[in-house]
Design a protein around this ligand. Structure first.
Ligand code: KIV
Length: 298
């Protein structure tokens, strides 16, 4: 198995990406490309194509662990996957998603859990859901030296309060509240914020109104960057795919094809064939048989 050696003269895609690069990209009008990632091989692949950031999202609860929603995801589960991603990715900005109840109980607990993402998970920043109600928490985490990404619009950890995965901000009052929250998060010091499942015109308006980059998911093309759940865009997860997802591959179909072919090969004894088989030299084999025969007669 190969490992990537550290190299000072790396090509541009391998230069370490930072929250400052996020800001610079917005200033230059260059879109930011972010994807979720939950494991080592995916992190390696994302690193090698020069992704700006990997979000170890709590969506892993649904697409990797098979939970109904993101509510059951624990800190330990998040950290386990963060470490795997950090081992595979050296260039992208790595953002750990704070799971449900890891930052809502108290500010102290939130700061301590955010710190674990950096100390134990190898992340560079954390993301958490919510607006005005989270400002004290966000300020405390940032004052601990931990960059925070906000998350507004459809906030999946509030699935039971929201009554389902519905688009948000579709009334005057709701749109105004999201805009106000975006301004609050900017003022509190978030380096960026995710806008999930909000009308494209609202997302574009907010993106122009605030100085920090917005990362959209189901929020149209007017955001400063985009993020998708990697299992959705790879067609790896066949339970449900939101309307806003563009499928770039059908890995679930490809997995089923490969598994089916393997089963047929095993049943028909086509696998393993000679090329997949280890041989013992004929001379050694005959000696072995001779020794066994002698042992039998002892
Ligand atoms: O958990 C996640 O993957 C997310 C993205 C959808 C932004 O929060």
């Amino acid at each position: 198995m190969s490992t990537i050696a550290p190299d000072a003269n790396l090509p541009a895609v391998y230069k370490k990406k930072t929250i400052q690069n996020f800001r610079q990209k917005k200033e230059r009008g260059e879109p930011i490309a972010m994807l979720t990632g939950y494991d080592y091989p995916t992190a390696l692949a994302l690193d090698r194509v020069g992704i700006d950031a990997i979000l170890v999202g709590d969506s892993l609860g649904m697409v990797v662990l098979g939970y109904e929603n993101t509510v059951p995801v624990t800190m330990e589960e998040m950290l386990h996957h963060c470490r795997a991603v950090a081992r595979g990715a050296r260039s992208p900005l790595l953002i750990g998603d704070m799971p449900f109840m890891s930052y809502q109980v108290s500010v102290e607990m939130a700061v301590s859990n955010a710190g674990r993402f950096l100390q134990e998970g190898g992340m560079h920043a954390v993301k958490l859901e919510g607006g005005r109600e989270r400002l004290d928490t966000i300020r405390a985490i940032i004052s601990g030296g931990i960059p925070v990404m906000g998350h507004l619009g459809l906030t999946p950890q509030s699935i039971h309060a929201l009554g389902g995965y519905h688009p948000q901000g579709r009334t005057t009052a709701a749109a105004r509240r999201i805009l106000e929250d975006a301004l609050f998060l900017e003022e509190a010091g978030c380096f960026s914020l995710v806008l999930e499942s909000v009308p494209a015109r609202l997302a574009e308006f907010i993106s122009k109104r605030i100085s920090i980059p917005t990362i959209g998911i189901g929020a149209g093309s007017g955001c400063d960057g985009q993020v998708l759940v990697v299992h959705d865009m790879l067609g790896f997860f066949d339970r449900f795919t939101p309307k806003f997802v563009k499928k770039y591959a059908d890995l679930h179909g490809e997995m089923q094809r490969a598994f089916g072919e393997y089963i047929s090969d095993v049943v028909a004894r086509r696998y393993p064939s000679r090329e997949h088989t280890v041989e013992i030299p004929e001379k050694e084999w005959q000696l072995f048989l001779g020794e066994i025969a002698v042992d039998k007669h002892k």
